[in-house]
Design a protein. Structure first.
Length: 515
């Protein structure tokens, strides 16, 4: 069954508060990252794993469906935090002793559940400064089977829990989780690929996966499901692989697992299949994860230490684009529009707002980083003009950021396109900003937009979006573009991208329309 893309903020708020039903697993909303309660922490001192309490459903109302579990954890500082673990009962949670996070790893146990071998691997990863979330597979699957919903969205449990834990420990950076498992756990990790959005998981690793998963409940996905020998076998959706995936087979691997991996690799490029002489699956998994942790420490010089996606293209205009994503990160609408720009000959830099604004930024710092991006990539692509685009969270901070650019760079901006623009902007990802409640915002985006030449601004809004702030710019002479639908413009991203490109071409001088 297809998961309707990205639940509404109100649904997500209810899910986090334990007051609402819906597709099982945390609601996954585009531009809606998890944000936990933020405890006050002292300087990190104490080592050790989190000390969980027995989980309790987040709501005891008999009328509510699948509210998820809550549990208390002890942070490295000794402070307590309460997290919502979705449908994962009593996960094993380990924090690096000094709060330094080099990686985040979600370990899915084999069919026998969490045991000594998993404990050993988790502790080994802890020594590599990884946050570790250990999932007892049989218990997790049992909880998923109990739901009354038509399908389950397992990846949201992982994504939201990971973000809660990292926010509780550190504001410095967000690490996407590595999802890994042996045997049946590896099979679930591979099945999750069928429902994983782009830029959500750092990597997937499966060692000696089985032929399928024993979950009878459907995963929320458009991918094909086939049932064979009591197991569900999921294919992949018709799109590029969402994250790098490695499947490793030891001498004890089954033919069913090998056949399944081969079938998946035929559906999508990028699945690496390896054989090893190591006859210990858990140790082999640890080696593979350790390699990923080491590689993640490398910094791509092209990205200047920023969470950027570089979309090279031979310019068909004397122009490049910079797109600030929504707070869900570089996926869905932002990624789709960027891909269309690239195909149209508009080289583009995508800024992942989830990771960039995970750490508190200031307008000055954000503008300084944007200035660096403009300087580097105008030289790289040999262009002089810049198109600035922001979606949702990215749109909200864009006018303020533009006003803090050096005047000489402001003159080179051909257009600002504000997509799903609201009245205030925040310069850090937060739960209140995500849900649209409880915080006034760091800046008044409308007032900052009013300081900009209205001829530069295009403001695109969904006709059903109640939070639209484009209407406040109507009398300023700003170009307003209404598109049928809500915050996601009914997902007609080609039409959206074409409206942006057409507006850009109208603003460019005739001699710069082509290069």
């Amino acid at each position: 069954m297809k998961l309707q893309p990205f639940a509404a903020a109100a649904f997500v708020a209810a899910a986090l508060a334990g007051t609402g039903p819906g597709v099982v697993g945390f609601a996954h909303a585009q531009n809606a990252p998890a944000a936990p309660q933020q405890p006050t922490t002292a300087a990190p001192a104490a080592p050790a794993p989190a000390a969980p309490t027995a989980p309790a459903p987040a709501s005891s109302d008999d009328d509510e469906e699948d509210p998820g579990f809550r549990m208390d954890v002890t942070l490295p500082s000794g402070a307590k935090a309460t997290v919502n673990t979705g449908m994962i009962p009593s996960p094993k949670i380990l924090f690096p002793k000094d709060g330094t996070i080099a990686a985040a790893v979600v370990l899915l146990s084999d069919e026998d559940g969490w045991g000594e071998a998993e404990d050993q691997l988790a502790n080994d990863l802890l020594e590599q400064d990884a946050i570790v979330v250990g999932v007892d597979l049989p218990r997790y699957l049992a909880e998923l089977e109990k739901t009354k919903d038509e399908c389950v969205y397992t990846i949201s449990d992982i994504e939201q829990l990971n973000q809660q834990l990292q926010r509780a420990v550190s504001d410095n950076s967000l690490r996407l989780p590595i999802v890994a498992g042996v045997g049946a756990g590896g099979s679930l990790a591979l099945a999750m690929l069928s429902q994983t959005p782009d830029n959500t998981i750092q990597a997937t690793v499966a060692v000696d996966p089985d032929g399928g998963i024993t979950l009878k409940k459907d995963l929320c996905t458009d991918a094909n499901r086939e049932d064979r020998n009591g197991k569900a076998l999921y294919g992949l959706e018709d799109r590029p692989l969402p994250d790098p995936t490695t499947v490793i087979f030891t001498p004890g691997a089954t033919d069913a697992g090998r056949n399944r991996a081969a079938a998946l690799s035929e559906q999508a490029q990028g699945i690496e299949i390896e054989d090893t002489d190591n006859d210990d699956p858990q140790s082999q998994l640890g080696l593979a994860i350790g390699d990923l942790i080491d590689k993640s420490k490398d910094v791509d010089p092209d990205t200047m230490g920023l969470p950027l996606t570089i979309l090279d293209a031979k310019p068909t205009r004397d122009t490049m684009a910079v797109i600030y994503s929504g707070d869900g990160g570089w996926r869905d609408i932002d990624k789709s529009v960027g891909d269309i720009f690239q195909k149209d000959g508009l080289p583009t830099v995508g800024v992942d707002a989830l990771r960039y604004f995970w750490k508190k930024q200031t307008p000055d710092q954000t503008a300084a980083d944007l200035s660096r991006i403009i300087d580097r990539f105008r030289k790289r692509w040999g262009v002089s003009k810049v198109l600035l685009v922001g979606y949702s969270f990215g749109a909200d901070i864009l006018p303020t950021t533009f006003n803090h650019l050096p005047p000489e760079q402001q003159k080179d901006v051909a257009m600002l396109s504000l997509l799903a623009f609201s009245s205030t902007g925040d310069f850090q990802i937060s739960v209140s900003g995500w849900l649209g409640v409880g915080k006034a915002g760091d800046t008044d985006g409308v007032k900052d937009a009013e300081k900009i030449d209205p001829k530069l601004i295009q403001c695109v809004y969904g006709t059903e979006d109640e939070d639209d702030a484009c209407k406040f710019l109507k009398d300023r002479g700003v170009e307003l573009v209404g598109i049928e639908g809500g915050h996601h413009f009914d997902e007609d991203y080609p039409a959206l991208a074409n409206k942006i490109l057409a507006a850009l071409d109208r603003r460019l001088k005739p001699e710069s329309a082509s290069k």
